[in-house]
Unconditional design. Structure first.
Length: 219
């Protein structure tokens, strides 16, 4: 679907046929053969999603988020990406993915508790593309210590089970945003882990120590 051509001056071009049938070229500059081939595979994924009308997977969405502005502009000129939309705020994310869901009142109450803690910690105007896995761990630690804000005696610790439920809501919300290519990254999971970070652990809670199989990184 796409190929890499090396020029006499040592630079490389990516050649492919767009979904409109036109031949297109993206200059990769002095990229190594390995770098050029990795870029070629990503472009082929973009072309396949474009032709089939399917959303990008999490890995491809994250690659687009991390792409340098110059390379993103080249994708836009080649017809592989739209112009970058205005960055979504925390308030906008919650409105887009949580408030519009049709669920039972009890479930919505859990959603509200989780999203209210997000806006309280990050602020309603915080851009979601600036929130990192490290920021998410800071939020998680905060709600574990001071999550019960309506107590008469002041903030109190939340149980591990409650922290796990709120983390599950936030994880699902950000994962949906990643699938929609809304310029944010997964907060937990293999894609979000960095060297030195602990592996996710399973949380035990409920009657008789029933195991919750959601993989939530609690320290």
């Amino acid at each position: 679907m796409a190929s890499v051509a090396k020029k006499p001056n040592g630079t490389r071009d990516l050649l492919f046929k767009g979904s409109d049938g036109r031949r297109r070229k993206i200059s990769l500059g002095k990229a190594t053969a390995k770098q050029a081939d990795a870029f070629r595979l990503r472009v082929e994924q973009l072309l396949q999603d474009q032709r089939m009308g399917t959303p990008h997977d999490a890995a491809l969405s994250q690659w687009l988020v991390d792409l340098p502005p110059l390379m993103r502009r080249k994708l836009v000129r080649a017809g592989l990406q739209d112009e970058a939309p205005a960055a979504l705020t925390m308030e906008g994310l919650i409105e887009k993915f949580t408030n519009t869901r049709t669920v039972k009142p009890a479930t919505m109450a859990i959603y509200r508790q989780a999203t209210d803690s997000l806006t309280s910690f990050f602020g309603a105007g915080r851009r979601i593309d600036t929130i990192t896995p490290a920021d998410a761990e800071g939020w998680q630690a905060h709600i574990a210590k001071e999550g019960r804000v309506r107590e008469k005696k002041g903030p109190r610790n939340l149980s591990r089970g409650t922290v796990a439920k709120r983390t599950s809501v936030v994880t699902a919300t950000f994962n949906r945003a990643v699938k929609k290519a809304l310029s944010c990254q997964p907060l937990w999971g293999p894609e979000a882990r960095q060297p030195g970070q602990p592996r996710p652990v399973q949380v035990h809670h409920g009657r008789g120590g029933r195991q919750d199989h959601r993989r939530v990184p609690l320290r």
